[in-house]
Design a protein around this ligand. Structure first.
Ligand code: ADP
Length: 467
């Protein structure tokens, strides 16, 4: 059952629209054709009335032989043209003279307007009603002799047949127009249904997608290259993106679980071994210290995951003005400290005063992650930080002379839990540093990229829109 006030289906709306448009068109055509037909018939009647009147005028009827009856002479001249017409002669004072036998003692009315027109020598057509109630088309034509009005000829024809013809035409219209509308609406429903059938198929398919696995399904385009095929392509592209994102999420969950399991296993093992026998205080202390390390690792991991999910969800960062130059100097200090421990020389290059809108702590974290990596993967080398401003954007560049990254892996390093080969395993990261940096930068409307080659160092660049 359809709810009242519920939106109408597209096919119903389409059908209603073009039925309404067709109705208006048919109405206009009917009105125009009816009035055109009426006008033409009247025009014909008037012409034939004029012909008869002209003949009476030209034959000088009043003076001709009336013995054979008033119509006989006219019928001989006019033939069928005279059929069902009648006439009457009136003198200038309005006194009726000879008239058709058909009229018997009924006189044709002479209106004041017709008389006035006749006095000026002008003929007049009018539609009048006889005393019998009959409608008649009437022509009043003045006859002048030597500039003198001698008679008025009135020729009339009953309108009954004309009215009947017009009524029959109107009846046909009243049947044909609704019939046409019904047929058009039925055809419209069929066409709309056929036209929208691919849309139905698409929505049925979309409804079938209830689990992640179903995202592999695709709509088969019909190959017509029309709008519906474009829609199918768009939906397929969206499904492909969703499928990718879904796979990425699943990978992320699996990697996160794996990452959590390692320190937990270590923790469990150490505690179990410690509990297996009586231990010295010294030994308990060692186990506890080592357990604390694992717990700290877990806490860091949990915090990183939280941070990543916060920024990956594109939550708008708290907005405030952030002076990037002082953030960079801050990150440089951290780098210097880390570098000292690793024997890496960290220096500060060109720094332009730049400010952006955003979350200072998060942006600091993104830069520090890059500096931390640069120091970690540049044993005994050099790291340089700089800040440039051009084209309304700030560019934070962290370059190192370290082990570098294979260009084939350059994009992958920004994915969560990606650690390139074993050479860096002992450095101890969970592979979240760059993923976090990227999600923070993206949440600020910026981009992060890397240029690197194996053994030749790396250059990471963060670009942010200036405030
Ligand atoms: P991690 O915690 O392992 O450092 P990141 O997400 O920060 O994780 O980095 C991902 C991987 O990218 C690292 O494991 C490392 O292999 C590589 N990488 C990152 N920065 C550099 C760099 N400056 N030089 C060489 N390799 C790097």
């Amino acid at each position: 059952m359809k709810r009242w006030g519920a939106p109408l289906a597209v096919r119903t709306r389409l059908t209603l629209w073009y039925t309404a448009i067709l109705f208006v068109m048919l109405l206009v055509v009917s009105v125009l054709s009816y009035s055109r037909l009426r006008w033409t018939i009247m025009q014909d009647l008037d012409t034939s009335l004029l012909t008869v009147a002209q003949v009476i005028h030209d034959t000088g009827y009043p003076g001709s032989d009336l013995a054979a009856g008033p119509e006989t002479a006219l019928r001989q001249i006019l033939g069928p043209e005279f059929y069902d017409k009648f006439f009457q002669l009136v003198d200038p004072e309005g006194r009726p003279g000879a008239r058709s036998t058909q009229l018997r003692d009924r006189a044709l009315p002479l209106s004041a307007a017709a008389r006035a027109n006749a006095a000026r020598g002008v003929r007049m057509f009018e539609t009048v009603r006889l005393a019998t109630g009959e409608w008649v088309r009437l022509l009043t034509l003045p006859i002048t002799r030597r500039g003198q009005l001698t008679h008025l000829v009135q020729v009339g024809i009953p309108l009954e047949r004309t009215e009947r013809t017009l009524a029959r035409y109107l009846e046909s219209l009243l049947v044909l127009v609704p019939l046409g509308l019904v047929l058009a609406a039925a055809g419209g429903v069929i066409i709309a249904r056929a036209g929208l059938q691919p849309v139905d198929a698409m929505s049925r398919m979309a409804r079938r997608i209830t689990t992640g696995e179903d995202l592999a399904q695709r709509i088969v385009p019909r190959g017509t290259g029309d709008e519906l095929d474009h829609l199918a392509e768009t939906l397929n592209a969206m499904l492909a993106r969703l499928e990718g994102l879904f796979a990425q999420m699943r990978r992320f969950a699996a990697d996160a679980a794996h990452e959590l399991r390692t320190p937990l296993t270590v923790l469990k093992g150490e505690i179990e071994v410690a509990l297996r026998a009586e231990r010295s205080t010294e030994e308990y202390r060692r186990v506890l210290a080592s357990s604390l390390e694992e717990v700290e690792r877990l806490t860091r991991l949990a915090e990183d995951l939280l941070l990543l999910s916060r920024f990956a969800a594109r939550m708008p960062p708290p907005r405030s003005r952030v002076e990037l130059d002082s953030l960079l100097v801050d990150a440089f200090d951290v780098g210097v400290r880390l570098g000292q421990a690793q024997g890496v020389a960290v220096r500060l290059g060109e720094v332009c005063p730049a400010a952006v809108e955003g979350d200072a702590a998060a942006l600091r974290r993104a830069i520090v992650n890059l500096v931390d990596n640069a120091v970690k993967y540049t044993p005994g080398g050099k790291v340089e930080l700089s800040l440039g401003c051009a084209d309304g954007r700030a560019s934070i560049v962290v370059s190192d002379t370290g082990i570098g990254i294979d260009p084939a892996d350059a994009q992958r390093v920004f994915e969560p839990f990606v650690r390139l080969d074993t050479r860096t395993q002992e450095a101890g990261g969970a592979g979240l540093g760059l993923a976090i940096a990227r999600s923070i930068v993206r949440a600020h409307g910026g981009t992060i990229s890397v240029e690197s080659s194996l053994g030749a160092g790396s250059t990471f660049t963060i670009r942010l829109p200036l405030a």
